[in-house]
Ligand binder design. Structure first.
Ligand SMILES: [Zn+2]
Length: 195
């Protein structure tokens, strides 16, 4: 089957496919009449990262930077779908970079992480892709991306008893060579949710 290249084309085809899936289950209630349509809409929403690129989202969000500091943003929410089971993994991401004459608007960091999170993913690749996109956009002296999340495919399928946290780390440039700097921002990256 050819790949749909527009959202509306994708919606119609996914809806039909969901109807087929549901017809194979011994359902006993009647509240699922509109489920294929709703589920298709939800899936397209959760995979909207396929319909855009970091370049489009970053747009005008690159600015000159003269200082010698570090940019560190933590607690960026990650909601993604694992590509193996189509079940969510949910957590947070911290991004740290050392600018080299250029910096990104802070909201762009969230946009970049969302583009890649809103695709079918494995957490390891998601972490790499976020770091790569930042490197490509502003060529910083170093980037550190840390994602901590809970995978529902582990939690709901009886593989694990509690909430196992998966942590993935990607270090580039100065972070790849400087263990102390990495450890400092790894510690900083622990997100404490506000009440
Ligand atoms: Zn999975």
């Amino acid at each position: 089957m050819s790949k749909p290249n527009t959202v509306s084309q994708a919606l119609g085809e996914i809806e039909k496919a969901y109807a087929t899936i549901l017809s194979k289950l011994p359902l006993t209630n009647e509240g699922t009449e509109s489920t294929p349509k709703r589920a298709a809409k939800a899936l397209v929403e959760l995979t909207q990262g396929y319909f855009t690129t970091p370049c489009e989202k970053i747009g005008e969000g690159i600015f000159p930077h003269d200082g010698s500091g570090v940019v560190h943003v933590k607690g960026l929410e990650i909601c993604s779908l694992c590509e193996h089971h189509l079940l969510p993994f949910i957590g947070n991401c911290s991004i740290t970079y050392i600018p080299d004459k250029k910096m990104l608007g802070l909201s762009k960091l969230k946009r970049i992480s969302d583009i890649f999170a809103r695709r079918l993913q494995v957490q390891e690749r998601l972490t790499e892709q976020i770091a790569d996109a930042i490197e490509k956009a502003i060529q910083p002296k170093g980037v550190l991306v840390v994602i901590r999340s809970v995978h529902l495919c582990m939690k709901m399928r009886g593989v694990c008893e509690k909430d196992p946290e998966t942590c993935t780390v990607v270090r580039k440039g100065e972070f790849a060579n400087n263990q102390l700097l990495t450890m400092q921002y790894m510690a900083e990256s622990q997100h404490t949710p506000k009440l």
